[in-house]
Design a protein around this ligand. Structure first.
Ligand SMILES: NC(=O)C1=CN([C@@H]2O[C@H](COP(=O)(O)OP(=O)(O)OC[C@H]3O[C@@H](n4cnc5c(N)ncnc54)[C@H](OP(=O)(O)O)[C@@H]3O)[C@@H](O)[C@H]2O)C=CC1
Ligand SMILES: O=C(O)[C@@H]1CCC=N1
Length: 273
């Protein structure tokens, strides 16, 4: 892939996960800078991955080919207004990983016809297992689309969406999704501990069952998920009784409601920020 000069504005959980995944996959660390007000997160990234750490958003953005906006949505307007005063974005590619801040809003903040790609990543990017959704408005060149896709492919899989609304759907299905699975695993670990396993043993049981299940899914691309579930569910057996509790309590409806709640929140944020 092409190696352009990258500047991350924001050094938190998500920027850190992408930087880690990128450097681990061979992206040259000397081409990556990371900016944040405090040294806490950015210096840790500099130490661990050899990237440059700075408090100077504008200086780093000026010096970069690609500016990755990685602050919280509620901070985005202030950060962009300060950048806009000082940085000429023509000729640069802007990537935003923020939920709930639209292309139209970025054009308002940073300039009309901004060369921007919205990316919705997730934290497993840290270990090269990310799932990122990408959306580019029509003004973005094929070369910049290709670069953005290749960048995120370095830390996982990518899925392009044709409409910006699709980014909110990616949030529901992938961006927020690791937290759904963590919640499920936390609940299972807690119950395993109540059954008498140590915290370590309970975590191992749950982790291995989860990673085994996802490995089976990956190894069986032509098998519907429902079939994989049925393969575990013996007639008159234990799994049937466990799954009955989930279906009686309407787990599928709960999952649907939760995903819709994420989308609704993203839409609200688009009006707010
Ligand atoms: N976490 C996730 O799973 C995902 C997050 N996202 C998006 O990523 C973005 C960041 O989220 P996340 O990483 O979780 O947030 P964090 O709170 O972990 O990180 C925010 C970062 O922004 C920095 N920051 C705050 N103010 C400024 C400023 N003025 N200039 C530069 N940096 C600043 C903070 O600095 P300091 O280090 O000094 O505190 C911190 O490093 C959000 O927009 C979110 O929607 C998207 C997909 C998944
Ligand atoms: O919770 C959030 O708003 C962000 C976006 C997706 C995951 N974390």
């Amino acid at each position: 892939m092409q190696h352009r000069k990258l500047c991350f504005i924001g050094a938190g959980n998500m920027a850190g996960a992408i930087i880690a995944g990128l450097v681990e996959s061979g992206y040259p660390a000397n081409l990556v800078s990371v900016c944040a007000p405090s040294t806490t997160h950015r210096d840790a990234l500099a130490e661990k991955y050899g990237v440059k750490s700075s408090s100077d958003n504008n200086g780093c953005a000026k010096d970069a080919d690609v500016v990755v906006l990685s602050v919280k949505p509620q901070m985005m307007a202030d950060v962009c207004k300060a950048l806009q005063k000082d940085v000429d974005f023509s000729g640069k590619l802007v990537l935003s990983i923020a939920a709930g801040v639209s292309v139209a809003r970025f054009c308002e903040l940073l300039g009309d016809n901004l060369n921007i790609v919205r990316i919705m990543p997730n934290t497993p990017s840290l270990v090269g297992k990310g799932m990122s959704g990408l959306f580019a408005p029509e003004q973005v060149s094929q070369a910049d689309r290709d670069y953005s896709g290749e960048l995120m492919t370095a830390v996982g899989k990518v899925c392009w969406v044709d409409t910006e609304e699709g980014i909110n759907h990616i949030i529901a299905a992938a961006g927020s999704a690791p937290a759904y699975f963590f919640l499920f695993m936390e609940a299972m670990q807690a119950e395993a501990q109540r059954l008498g396993f140590s915290a370590e043993a309970a975590r191992m049981l749950v982790e291995q069952a989860a990673s085994g299940a996802t490995a089976l899914v990956a190894a069986s691309p032509d098998t519907p998920l429902s079939q994989l579930r049925e393969n575990v569910t013996s007639k008159g057996g234990t799994t049937f009784e466990a799954l009955k509790v989930f279906t009686d309590r309407k787990l599928p409806e709960i999952v649907s409601e939760a995903m819709q709640a994420a989308i609704t929140r993203a839409q609200e944020m688009e009006k707010q920020f």
